[in-house]
Design a protein around this ligand. Structure first.
Ligand SMILES: NC(=O)c1ccc[n+]([C@@H]2O[C@H](COP(=O)([O-])OP(=O)(O)OC[C@H]3O[C@@H](n4cnc5c(N)ncnc54)[C@H](OP(=O)(O)O)[C@@H]3O)[C@@H](O)[C@H]2O)c1
Length: 231
């Protein structure tokens, strides 16, 4: 994999771009307003990054990170994602995204919704349960896979080869992986579950602080995924 497409250039998109560039991966990044609005970001990222339209970022990436609010799914250039492995960071926040009945009643998951919106893509859910600042600081690209220094991230997906591609990218930017199963199991690390955000937060009172990041190993993350319940 030599080029990572990133659709969405906000908190998570720009953080993943930085981690990828630092790991020697070329990045093509897009937002909703056009490449001319990303001049400062790509200048900051350096020679391995370029700004593009969402269509170009989806097409040109060997792998594509989709990191937009759920409410923007309907605005995506659907055909451009055909055949691509898409790493979906999306979460459902009704106050931001509007009410979505199939998510409210638990009959589907956010990344299954993404997969239905992009029928030609092979979707892997990842990066959604870690705060962007923690994602930046916990990456250990120089540490060996499985080492005590590394944190794990959960993935879910229906296509084993797509999961392998996601795992390889995560390894390159400095994370190990816990496989949470198919996309239908993605609810286990959606908002309001034990695996969501808090495990990576360094607060000592069990409350979310958004401050210092804390390493999360595979056993801890597996236990949090197992502890999830669905109403
Ligand atoms: N913030 C976190 O720590 C965090 C952690 C994990 C997961 N997430 C989830 O990841 C997703 C992205 O979160 P974020 O915090 O990075 O959001 P954000 O900072 O608000 O950035 C959203 C990005 O999406 C772009 N965008 C919106 N519609 C688009 C479209 N149709 N085509 C291309 N780009 C589009 C926006 O571009 P414009 O600015 O040009 O509109 C912006 O660059 C959300 O679902 C969020 O819940 C966030």
């Amino acid at each position: 994999m030599t080029t990572l497409g990133i659709v969405g250039a906000g908190h998570i998109g720009s953080t993943v771009a930085r981690l990828a560039v630092d790991a020697g991966v070329d990045v093509v990044i897009a937002n909703s307003r056009g490449p001319e609005t990303l001049t400062d970001l790509v200048a900051d990222l350096g020679d391995h990054a370029r700004a593009a339209t969402a269509e170009e970022a989806a097409t040109d990436g060997d792998l594509v990170v989709l990191t937009v609010p759920l409410k923007a799914l309907g605005d995506l250039p659907v055909d451009a994602f055909d055949g691509q492995v898409v790493l979906d960071t999306g979460n459902y926040y009704p106050e931001r995204d509007g009410r979505i009945a199939a998510l409210d009643d638990g009959s589907t998951t956010a990344s299954e919704l993404t997969a239905r919106t992009l029928p030609g893509a092979r979707v892997v859910k990842v990066f959604n349960n870690i705060y962007f600042e923690h994602l930046a600081t916990l990456a250990r690209p120089d540490a060996e896979a499985g080492s005590e220094e590394r944190s794990v991230l959960a993935i879910a997906g229906d296509d084993p080869a797509a999961k392998d591609a996601a795992t390889a990218l995560l390894d390159r930017i400095g994370y190990d992986v816990v496989d949470a199963g198919p996309l239908a199991e993605g609810w286990r690390f959606q908002p309001d579950t034990p695996a969501y955000g808090l495990p990576y937060d360094g607060s000592t009172d069990g409350q979310w602080s958004g401050g210092t990041a804390k390493r999360v190993g595979a056993d801890e993350l597996r236990a949090a995924l197992e502890a999830a319940t669905r109403d």
